[in-house]
Design a protein around this ligand. Structure first.
Ligand code: ATR
Length: 274
């Protein structure tokens, strides 16, 4: 294939994706010759279309909803973080013609948390709300930072327990229902539920949030999410939505593809300005 190296994001729907904007800013900033497009593939065509993209010389894809699990199958090899996440958000064509499947979501979160927000995770008490794919994707990178304890809480308690059991080898991780969260507030509370998408707030006890708690909503949208507003009303130290995670996971994908890590702050500033 002649011309710039081909990249893109696959989803369904995907028209709303900010990834083309983010990656084109990264490409300009680092002087990389690449194009980045949106691909809306129907479920029955997903595997075939992704295979065709790479067969025709495509270099890399981001994978978004609802295909992060389906994309596991397209990879010849998975990074350990993709294996832990049980999902792929980045596919990369390697020089030997094989496709690597990676997941940069979790490291996107820890990068935003630790570098941009300057929050310390090590030896802190962390609460993750939610036990779906979004929660699963961030557990390994969070546990790698060695929190004192990482409690997973979920509306459906059994899912939290199962997820905690699956990650027990990686650190001190516990799974509980909303009503069985131990008393006292947490240093860090991360909302990994999809409740924000419908403007809902997970029904966790307010006591988990204290004046020193840093609150993070992995969801993002125009203005503050309902969870961020709720945490601020409860008097937390600070609360942010997931814009930083979005940009940081993109930067990690970009690094995997191009071997250079772009600066994320200019992109975050551009997004907040618009
Ligand atoms: P995702 O891939 O976004 O994580 P998912 O696997 O469907 O999607 O999981 C959604 C998560 O959000 C689950 O933890 C779900 O809780 P349940 O397992 O009890 O369904 C959680 N969730 C969604 N809406 C919620 C709400 N209104 N209150 C609390 N939790 C909610």
């Amino acid at each position: 294939m002649n011309g710039p190296d081909q990249y893109g994001v696959v989803g369904h729907p995907v028209a709303h994706s900010l990834s083309p904007f983010i990656h084109s800013m990264f490409a300009r900033q680092t002087g990389q010759s690449m194009s980045y497009r949106l691909f809306d593939f129907a479920p029955e065509a997903f595997q075939e279309r992704v295979a065709a993209f790479f067969a025709e010389g495509g270099h890399g894809l981001n994978i978004t909803l609802p295909y992060k699990i389906a994309a596991l199958e397209r990879a010849d090899e998975l990074t350990s973080r993709a294996q832990h996440a049980g999902a792929v958000n980045t596919l990369a064509m390697r020089s030997d013609g094989t496709i690597l499947g990676d997941n940069t979501d979790g490291v996107g979160l820890t990068q935003d948390l630790c570098v941009n927000q300057r929050v310390v995770v090590t030896r802190r008490r962390v609460l993750v709300i939610g036990a779906g794919g979004a929660a699963r994707g961030v557990l390994a990178p969070l546990l790698a930072l060695e929190p004192e304890v990482l409690v997973i809480t979920n509306r459906t308690a059994d899912r939290a327990k199962a997820l905690a059991a699956a990650f027990a080898q990686l650190g001190n991780v516990q799974g509980v229902g909303f009503r069985n969260i131990a008393d006292g507030f947490y240093d860090i509370v991360i909302n990994a539920t999809s409740a924000s998408l419908t403007g809902e707030i997970p029904d966790v006890p307010v006591a988990v949030i204290g004046p020193e708690t840093f609150c993070y909503d992995m969801a993002y949208g125009k203005g503050d999410t309902a969870f961020v507003r709720w945490c601020v009303e409860l008097g937390c130290r600070a609360a942010v939505s997931g814009w930083g995670m979005l940009v940081e996971q993109a930067a990690e994908s970009f690094r995997l593809w191009r071997g250079v890590r772009p600066l994320t702050r200019p992109v975050l500033s551009a997004l907040s300005a618009s």
